[in-house]
Design a protein around this ligand. Structure first.
Ligand code: PGA
Length: 255
């Protein structure tokens, strides 16, 4: 299975700033064998799209709506994204769940709609510190994952990329904590098991499970020691092209 390294630029850069970052990405990741996806702000998508055409980079959005068109002020459709060559979209990021009150039900609609439109959802799941400290991280993730993929057929589940992003380990979380590769292994194995229970062994094996939460050029080798890590979703470190390129290179170096 090809690795997937996705850069979540969040609401950090203007279009022009994104463009210069992306040009540096292109220079630094020429030889990768992984899927490398950059997810900039909507306004940067049309600027970035022509520039990455002949490169190894692919384009992703940070969110997508679940209807094709109509009276949905402020939202963006899969057709609009596809017109720009977007093949991926982050869905259900914890920041949207937190600040915009997105629920599992809403995220589920987005996942199903993206799949129908041929866009790969990078579905984010993960517990907060409260659940982790209460010993409920596994039951939390199980409930969240099952709700977000409800109704996704077995033949389509391999088109979903799952990103396990424990909120307590994100770089922007106050009093954040480091995650160990053992903790990543435990959760990623558990996620694989849930997929096996919901679908079957074959289907579960085809789903890419990404880790996200303060991934950087220094901890990537430790993270890659964990089992069932098929990719990463990178926030802060992706704002530095050299750091992001070193993360991608670590995947290429992995046996
Ligand atoms: P981080 O963000 O790498 O800065 O922790 C990851 C994310 O929120 O997707």
């Amino acid at each position: 299975m090809k690795g997937l390294a996705a850069a979540n630029l969040k609401m950090n850069l203007t279009g022009q700033q994104t463009l210069s970052l992306v040009k540096n990405y292109i220079k630094l990741i020429k030889k990768t064998k992984q899927d490398v996806v950059v997810c900039p702000s909507y306004t940067a998508l049309p600027l970035v799209a022509p520039v990455i055409k002949k490169s190894r980079l692919q384009l992703g959005a940070q969110d997508v709506f679940y209807e094709q068109k109509g009276a949905f002020t402020g939202e963006i459709s899969t057709d609009m994204l596809k017109e720009l060559g977007c093949r991926f979209s982050i869905v259900g990021h914890s920041e949207r769940r937190n600040y915009l009150k997105e629920t599992d039900e809403l995220v589920n609609l987005k996942v199903k709609w993206a799949l129908k439109a041929g866009i790969t959802p990078i579905l984010c799941i993960g517990e907060d510190a409260y659940s982790r400290d209460g010993g409920e991280s596994f039951s939390f993730v199980e409930k969240q994952l099952k709700a977000c993929i409800a109704g996704v057929e077995k033949k389509n589940i391999h088109k979903v990329a799952l990103a396990y992003e424990p909120i307590w380990a994100l770089s922007t979380t106050a009093n954040r904590r480091d995650i160990t590769s053992r903790e990543i292994t435990q959760m990623h194995n558990y996620i694989r098991k849930i997929l096996k229970d919901v679908y079957d062994v074959m289907a579960a094996a085809q789903v890419r499970i990404l880790y996200g939460g303060s991934v950087n050029e220094q901890n990537i080798s430790e993270i890659l020691k964990a089992e069932n890590v098929d990719g990463v979703l990178v926030g802060a470190a992706s704002l530095d092209a050299r750091k992001f390129a070193r993360i991608v290179a670590a995947f290429d170096a992995r046996k």
